[in-house]
Design a binder for this molecule. Structure first.
Ligand code: OOG
Ligand code: MG
Length: 279
């Protein structure tokens, strides 16, 4: 058993500061505008931490302000994504903390749909497990409570697109940048009752060629732990995971570059597949 699999559910360390410093609202608004405008213009910006001291609490404020700008353009909040819940991702990106980002309806790609990469800078794709929330979940919850709150579980993929050159960032940078969120999709929802999620084989195929394979065990030993961590993070910022929301538990493998004009299939044992075509 790897040490990540041995992580105790209660011990999952999301390490957000207990008493965040009130960040200068004007600075937060300016940094959020920088990132949001970069995403809209499909171009990268310098790392915020190159010029600004940013702690994790301030970084989350920037993230929330980026999302508020999107909501004011008519997008709706439809869930959250967990990041760096697997060793593979932590190693790939050179960070060592679990983080989260927020998902809006504009990021959702319909199952089997087409994703236009012209809107993105340097997209990557990664295999994930997704949960559909059936009843509100927030705070410290037991695995049994987490399972009861789940209306469905599905195989999923996430499309990442960092607003920093070469995906080169520190933890506050990537938090402010909404954890590199760009798009996501999922397959058919399955009833999680009685399902063992702790060791599902996952495959990513691009045009029929396997480009990544892994196990749901890579996600904190069991993706359920990621959901439990999401509930705790939600409570810390006064949110709850709401019925109908989607929670992406985090990638089970490193992310792969996503080229134009390909067909991607992500499959998980017992959960079927999720597919997307790029152009
Ligand atoms: C940050 C997002 C990490 C995951 O599933 O671990 C993430 C990045 O890799 O750019 O989404
Ligand atoms: Mg991800």
């Amino acid at each position: 058993m790897s040490d990540i699999q041995a992580v105790d559910i209660q011990a999952v360390d999301t390490r957000r500061p207990a008493a965040p410093q009130p960040a200068d609202p004007e600075l937060v608004a300016r940094l959020a505008a920088t990132l949001d405008e970069a995403a809209l213009a499909h171009r990268t910006v310098a790392r915020l931490t190159d010029t600004t001291e940013l702690d994790l609490a301030a970084a989350y404020r920037v993230q929330r302000t980026v999302i508020d700008r999107r909501l004011s353009r008519g997008e709706a909040l439809i869930g959250v994504k967990m990041g760096f819940t697997s060793r593979a991702k932590m190693i790939q990106m050179g960070v060592d903390d679990v983080i989260w980002g927020l998902l809006t309806d504009a990021m959702l790609v319909e199952e089997g749909g087409v994703l236009d990469l012209a809107d993105l800078i340097h997209p990557r794709i990664e295999p994930e497990i997704a949960f559909l929330i059936g009843s509100p979940l927030s705070g410290t919850v037991t695995p049994a409570e987490a399972v009861r709150a789940i209306a469905g579980v599905a195989v999923a993929y996430e499309v990442l697109d960092s607003r920093y050159a070469d995906f080169n960032f520190t933890l506050p940078d990537v938090i402010a940048d909404n954890a590199s969120a760009a798009g996501f999709g999922f397959g058919t929802w399955h009833d999680p009752t009685g399902m063992n999620l702790s060791n599902l084989g996952l495959l990513v195929e691009i045009d029929g060629r396997v480009v990544a394979s892994g196990s749901s065990a890579a996600i904190l030993g069991n993706p359920l732990r990621s959901l439990i961590a999401a509930a705790r993070l939600a409570a810390e910022v006064g949110l709850e995971l709401r019925p109908g929301w989607v929670v992406l538990a985090g990638a089970a493998t490193a992310a792969m570059p996503l080229p134009e004009g390909v067909h991607v299939r992500v499959s998980a044992a017992g959960l079927g597949r999720a597919e997307v075509t790029t152009r």
